[in-house]
Design a protein around this ligand. Structure first.
Ligand code: HQG
Length: 192
């Protein structure tokens, strides 16, 4: 991997930490909708010895494959598009989901999930994917024994549950009841 890609990945990971979970590591404050001034972010990072520039931040926003971040219309502010654990109100507009969405997790969590449904855990929302392959990748972040669940999003929507679509591959909802979940790959071998 080139230096440029490594730099971008490090900056992206760092921005995710600050903008989703721990703005206090930079001593910055997110506004109620999750925004922070890029200038303040860059200055705070540099004051702590991190060689961040506005150009690098803008480049990471523009090239993020999952569109993890967005800029305000005037390009002065940045926020994470999803994934937050800090309480922000993103002001998302509900969107009609596809009939089926997917969620990748690890087998050890299955008994609890099948009993309680999918819960947001530390984040503000449950995160869902549009296809099995993406869900498997998400599950792999938690371990090797990945299980993919199909979510009957169409039925949930019919029952009044709201969905949000803040980034191209990401769907959010507050909770998925056990009855709207089905294991799709329980008989497959785990990835090696
Ligand atoms: C599990 C990445 C037990 C859930 C991805 C998951 C995603 C339960 C874990 C985004 C449960 C939470 C978020 C229950 C849910 N009992 N376990 N009742 N309900 N869980 O990391 O969805 O690359 O907070 O299955 O693409 O894995 O960072 O959520 O395993 O969109 O941009 O609790 O992060 O995006 O884990 O991932 P996480 P997630 P980025």
């Amino acid at each position: 991997m080139s230096h440029r890609n490594t730099d971008h990945r490090n900056v992206s990971t760092f921005l995710s930490l600050v903008l989703r979970h721990r703005p206090e590591v930079l001593g910055v404050r997110l506004d109620p909708a999750g925004w922070v001034e890029i200038e303040a972010l860059v200055a705070a990072a540099r004051a702590r010895g991190r060689l961040l520039t506005r150009e690098l931040v803008e480049d990471v926003v523009a090239t993020s494959p999952k569109r993890r971040f967005e800029l305000s219309a005037d390009k002065r502010r940045i926020r994470a598009t999803y994934g937050h654990s800090v309480p922000v109100n993103l002001g998302l507009t509900p969107a009609a989901p596809p009939d089926t969405l997917f969620h990748g997790t690890v087998r050890s969590r299955l008994p609890s999930i099948l009993q309680q449904g999918l819960l947001p855990q530390a984040r503000l929302y449950v995160h869902l994917s549009e296809d099995v392959a993406t869900a498997r990748q998400v599950g792999r972040r938690h371990g090797r024994d990945v299980v993919v669940l199909a979510v009957d999003a169409g039925r949930m929507a019919d029952n009044g549950w709201q969905f949000y679509h803040p980034a191209p591959t990401i769907w959010l909802t507050n909770h998925v009841p056990p009855n709207d979940l089905q294991v799709v790959n329980d008989d497959e071998q785990p990835d090696t």
